[in-house]
Design a protein around this ligand. Structure first.
Ligand code: GLY
Length: 321
């Protein structure tokens, strides 16, 4: 089953779409997800309405979702096999193709702010920083480092104990972990500002019980996010499959060569599902949001749910799970 919708441009210049993960989100969590999406959308929209830039807008939305504890990102991140939070995040400017990303950070409350800082400050020689190196860089540039236990939530501690009892094999393509029943998430945002610039950001706590040091898609440009002059895209789902499918980059390219956003997103998700399978033979699933250079766009997902929200100048804010 694949769900998708084209988002028309109602007339104005600025637009934003965001997601809070694509998986089998339990009904009793829908209200929380909607509340978290609305709060993040207000942050992103407020910046665009004040003539702010797309990069600030996506960073603000992702920061809000990282801080909410609702989603698999920031202090809501799922735990790795060792019971620790390890966060990945990337952000990209469509106008300059500059990006910044961090991988496996355990002591940074809002990885998107560090990724954004790297994007702004990098001279191009280092754009993806990992683990202690990223934290050292953060500390020497005025970011406060929290105790790594501070990012472990009670909800995720309980999930971890339950999963460890239940699982025999601990790897991300295990049928149970890759089936979409567990948060596989990420949060992400794409925006177009009034000047026409596009930006994308994606942030995640990764997949439950992944081996320490595993790198997912969310920090990798072209996989978990991508932005160009043509479009900006953020992806969510099974990271190993998203990397192999170059999901965000192919979506942006597909729109760049004239594809209709909703069709392009549906096609790349269908191709991923048909070509990459877990040990049970289930095709890889995920979700995408994309805005094009006109501020029109689409969302699509091949999971039972995707938390998603959007707004475009001249239209109403909306949110759905
Ligand atoms: N899509 C998030 C991850 O696999 O890490």
């Amino acid at each position: 089953m694949l769900f998708s919708e084209a988002i028309e441009r109602p007339g104005g210049e600025a637009a934003v779409l965001l997601h809070g993960g694509a998986w089998d989100i339990p009904p009793d969590q829908h209200e929380d997800h909607l509340a978290g999406l609305r709060e993040a959308l207000d942050c992103a929209r407020g910046i665009l309405e004040k003539d702010g830039c797309a990069l600030d807008s996506v960073a603000a939305a992702v920061e809000s979702m990282e801080s909410s504890g609702i989603f698999d990102a920031g202090c809501g991140g799922v735990l790795n096999l060792e019971g620790e939070v390890e966060l990945d995040c990337g952000i990209m400017c469509g106008r300059t193709l500059d990006y910044g990303a961090v991988v496996g950070v355990k002591r940074i409350e809002n990885p998107v702010l560090l990724a954004r800082f790297i994007l702004e400050k990098s001279d191009g020689s280092a754009r993806i920083l990992t683990c202690e190196g990223a934290e050292k860089f953060a500390g020497s540039n005025g970011f406060s480092l929290v105790d790594k236990a501070d990012l472990v939530s009670e909800r995720e501690r309980s999930r971890y104990s339950e999963l460890r009892e239940r699982m025999e094999g601990y790897h991300t393509s295990h049928p149970f972990l890759s089936s979409g029943k567990q948060p596989r998430g990420t949060v992400g945002c794409v925006a177009r500002d009034r000047s026409g610039a596009l930006a994308a950001a994606t942030s995640t706590g990764g997949t439950p019980l992944r081996p320490a040091g595993r790198v997912g898609d969310s920090a990798l440009p072209g996989s978990g996010y991508y932005a160009s002059g043509s479009a900006a895209c953020s992806a969510t789902g099974w990271g190993e499959a998203i990397i192999a499918s170059l999901l965000a980059g192919r979506s942006v390219d597909g729109v760049g060569v004239g594809g209709a956003p909703a069709e392009v997103l549906s096609d790349v998700l269908e191709q991923m599902q048909a070509s990459i399978r877990n040990e049970d033979g289930q095709g890889a699933t995920g979700g995408l949001i994309l805005l094009d250079s006109e501020g029109a766009g689409a969302w699509a997902f091949s999971t039972p749910h995707m938390a998603r929200a959007g707004w475009a100048e001249g239209g109403q804010s909306w949110a759905a799970v």
